[in-house]
Design a protein around this ligand. Structure first.
Ligand code: CAA
Length: 380
């Protein structure tokens, strides 16, 4: 068993680390405070190939594997989880889904722009009444022959206003339940499509999250992904990979907070010595380092499973469940180690603590991951 990263993986990791330090760190506190989307930074991420990491170079992507993507996600998330959620949705939920299941025409028309960041994508599954219970879609896509007529509302959509392309999951035939659901590609300027106000969030405040409304939007038939009724399977398969991305994000938030706490503990003195020399702090650091290492193994194992074309539903769900718990626990401890300084913005850890929470909620709550894991182990 070889735990060494390849030269290429190390290079990608370093490139993402440098980008995060040089381009994302300056201004990250202000963007969080003002709920400001990192427009310039995302543009640069597109130019550097971070938005289409696993896309074939013939469609403008970087042609890298999932391990490289997970390593880059960790580094970006250490510094700016708002930028990394944009990266995660674009890579995992939009580009990967289109590359794997889209038609050649859809790839030429949309993927080439999405992979280079010329367009940003959004994935629209959640509804006011269908977040975890994804089969209960009330958004409808009525079959009108040469087009679908889309009606309904989606909630909590990442990249809600910055996206140009939206993959919308909608019910075509209610009698067929989840087998009557379709995934449609919607363009921002299609008549009848509107965007609700920006959500005021606890964390990942630099990312833009909105409700979306569809009122008799005509979506051409050629914009359906896969066969009629493939939409739910499309969503499940896409989310399974998306969970590896969010697990990497959670890992990055945890390791970012840990690195800050470690550094601070060696600088801050109390009772005549550095606080890292007090066992109360040293033991916290030991727990954090151990949990982060375990989370990293789960994340990289699930990415490796995907690259080896093994089933990654189980390992991805385990990685997300565990890494998001570690993100929450570690960031709380990082604030504690910083004491009063941890509670103020300039030390970054309070933001990481707020950002950590969403990793236990989106792309399937922790409870959903436990459903996926328990079903998998019980049916083996
Ligand atoms: N791959 C392929 N097919 C799958 C699958 C997978 N990973 N998981 C389920 N399916 C299929 C099943 O095989 C089944 O098909 P058949 O009937 O043909 O066998 C069908 O889907 C229905 O499966 P279930 O009966 O298991 O469905 P369920 O209603 O019990 O729910 C669930 C399963 C796992 C709970 C699912 O509803 C789920 O994942 N929910 C959470 C959805 C979610 O992650 N939402 C987050 C929104 S996206 C987001 O957050 C993006 C963002 O902004 C960052």
């Amino acid at each position: 068993m070889d735990f060494n990263l390849t030269e290429e993986h190390l290079m990608i990791q370093q490139a993402a680390r440098d980008f995060a330090q040089n381009e994302l760190l300056p201004g990250v506190i202000e963007r969080d405070e003002k709920q400001q989307f990192p427009t310039e930074q995302i543009k640069k991420m597109g130019e550097l190939g971070f938005l289409g990491m696993m896309v074939d170079p013939k469609y403008g992507g970087s042609g890298l594997d999932t391990v490289a993507y997970a390593l880059a996600m960790e580094e970006i998330s250490k510094v700016d989880a708002s930028a990394s959620v944009v990266m995660s949705v674009n890579n995992s939920l939009v580009c990967w889904g289109l590359q794997t299941f889209g038609s050649e025409e859809q790839k030429q028309k949309y993927l080439t722009k999405l992979a280079t960041g010329k367009m940003i994508g959004a994935f629209c599954l959640s509804e006011p009444e269908a977040g975890s219970d994804a089969t209960s879609q009330s958004t409808t896509a009525k079959d009108m022959g040469d087009h679908y007529l889309l009606n309904g509302t989606k909630n909590w959509i990442t990249n809600g206003s910055t996206a140009s392309v939206y993959i919308v999951i909608a019910q075509t035939d209610i009698d067929k339940k989840h087998k009557g659901i379709n995934a449609l590609i919607l363009e921002k300027d299609m008549p009848g499509f509107s965007i609700g106000p920006k959500e005021q969030k606890l964390g990942i405040r630099g990312s833009d999250t909105h409700s979306l409304m569809f009122n008799d939007v005509k979506v051409p038939k050629e914009n359906r992904i896969g066969e009629d009724g493939f939409g739910f399977t499309f969503a499940m398969k896409t989310l399974a990979g998306g969970r590896i991305g969010i697990a990497s994000q959670a890992l990055g938030i945890a390791s970012g907070a840990y690195e800050l706490a470690l550094k601070y503990s060696k600088e801050r003195k109390a009772f005549g010595k550095e606080i890292s020399q007090h066992q109360a702090i040293a033991f916290k650091l030991a727990d954090m380092a151990t949990q982060i290492e375990a989370a990293r193994h789960l994340v990289l194992k699930s990415a490796w499973d995907k690259d080896q074309h093994k089933n990654y539903d189980l390992s991805g769900a385990m990685a997300k469940l565990y890494a998001s718990q570690v993100a929450m626990d570690t960031t709380i401890e990082a604030v504690q180690i910083h004491g009063g300084n941890g509670y103020v913005k300039e030390y970054h850890v309070e933001r990481l603590m707020r950002d950590a929470k969403i990793t236990q909620i989106y792309e399937g709550t922790s409870e959903i991951q436990k459903i996926v894991i328990s079903r998998s182990i019980l049916t083996k």
